[in-house]
Write a protein that binds this ligand. Structure first.
Ligand code: LLP
Length: 425
């Protein structure tokens, strides 16, 4: 059940009306539901019950400390892509020992920090990266745990900007080069080869490509074992999609169904080839944990009838929520207090000086200036992708827990935005 529902004529987050939140905290504001967050993580945790499995939340989707703290307490590990994200994990009380480090461009400083903090594993994406990591670990008198991100060349059938498992992508080691790359890694003295990982893309609605990728990883793990390279974990990445609610959209496969099928496949393989000995399984979900836990609350400043189109100009913009303009993503728009009356078709746009500054197109709405709108399913890749373009402070973030509202990030003010700048002396 969604934790954003209409009650007494107004859209609520759990038991708090979004109107009350706008009155207290202003707009634009990201509003999250704690119950939704724990429910989404719980779907993964339940499916992993009793198994050697770790859910490493891909925090690029939403890295607010309050969210990390709640997930860490629920048992999550983390998938990070920068030293900054590792510092966030630590600041939120997360466990570096349950943290994996993805990304194609890890710097020496980031590697050093991650080794100092004893992270669980580096997901390495290239041979030069293996050599750099080997050197950094050697200089610290340590051995770095590594997994290779293998590119299974599976078509994830998603938007090209978020498909990552094809040969033409910058990510991972090509499947055909994987064996050779593993041999190189195993020969380096300061690396411990412990795992294999992949991530084929994001917003996948069907688990068939994920299971296809799993089969490729399984094949490789067996080939490596025949060579004496024994892996301790298998990391299938993230990627499971969510329902953004556009008409005719296919609903995503439920988390439990996908994990059930995946574990069944793994169990059959282990029984067949490895005497039933289990292998640790890691997941890196981002969107499916946070997307439907958040909305972006925004107020209509003006209604502007146009020659060809009507515009609802709101106080949120592309700098607050990049997904529509960057991926032509469809996001749901709901009036916080619906009104009677005829609907008109609007493009919902922000005040930024770009034609690409739109949040939703051609929506039928009965609205008036001053009305609040909620941009739905905005908890993933919303705030984390926000910028300060046009010297716009980033939105406030609040989290609702039952009938309580917690401010989890203050709104930025213009002075914050230029505080680090200086003029020539
Ligand atoms: N692991 C790796 C290595 C990744 O690159 C990603 C996402 C994830 C896990 C988490 O994937 P998820 O479960 O969230 O699909 N900004 C885009 C999505 C970019 C995804 C980048 N990588 C969007 O707003 O649609």
């Amino acid at each position: 059940m969604s934790h954003f529902q209409y009650q007494n004529g107004a859209l609520h987050a759990e038991r708090v009306s979004l109107s009350a939140i706008a009155a207290q905290f202003g707009s634009p504001t990201y509003v999250y539901s704690k119950a939704a967050l724990l429910e989404n993580f719980g779907a993964y945790a339940d499916a992993c019950q009793g198994r050697d499995a770790l859910v490493c939340y891909a925090m690029k989707a939403n890295s607010n400390l309050a969210i990390l703290d709640l997930l860490a307490r629920a048992g999550a590990g983390f998938d990070i892509v920068s030293g900054g994200e590792l510092l966030r994990v630590i600041a939120a009380g997360g466990d570096p020992g349950k943290t994996i480090f993805s990304g194609v461009g890890k710097t020496v400083e980031e590697m050093r920090l991650a080794l100092e903090k004893n992270i669980l594993c580096f997901n390495v994406e290239s041979i030069p990266e293996l050599h750099r990591l080997n050197e950094v670990a050697g200089s610290m008198g340590k051995r770095a745990p590594v997994s290779l991100r293998v590119n299974p060349n599976v078509d994830a059938k998603t938007h090209p900007y978020i498909a990552t498992g094809l040969k033409a992508n910058k990510f991972g080691v090509a499947f055909d080069d994987a064996l050779e790359t593993y041999r190189s890694a195993a020969a380096l003295p300061h690396l411990d080869v412990v795992g294999i990982d992949c991530h084929i893309g994001s917003q996948l609605l069907d688990d068939a490509p994920l299971l296809e990728a799993l089969d490729k990883l399984i094949e490789l793990i067996d080939t490596l074992a025949d060579e004496g390279i024994h892996l301790h974990h298998l990391d299938i990445g993230g990627g499971l999609g969510v329902n953004y609610g556009a008409e005719g959209d296919q609903p995503p496969v439920p988390v439990g169904d996908y994990l059930g099928r995946l574990f069944a496949r793994i169990d059959a393989w282990r029984a067949d080839r490895h005497g039933g000995q289990p292998i640790k399984v890691i997941f890196e979900p981002g969107r499916s944990i946070v997307a439907d836990t958040g909305v972006l609350l925004t107020r209509i400043e003006f209604l502007k009838p146009g020659v060809e189109k009507n515009f609802a100009i709101v106080d949120a913009a592309m700098n607050d929520l990049m997904r529509p303009t960057l991926y032509q993503a469809w996001m749901g728009v709901q009036p916080v207090v619906p009104r009677e009356g005829d609907k008109l078709t609007y493009d919902v746009v922000g005040p930024v000086c770009e034609s690409g500054d739109w949040l939703a197109r051609e929506r039928d709405l009965a609205v008036a200036p001053g009305d609040l709108l909620a941009i739905m399913t905005a908890g993933a890749y919303g705030m984390t992708m926000a910028s300060n373009y046009n010297t716009r402070g980033r939105a406030a973030e609040v989290m609702v827990d039952g009938d309580r509202v917690h401010l989890i990030r203050q709104r930025e003010h213009p002075a914050d935005l230029f505080a680090l700048e200086s003029m020539l002396k």
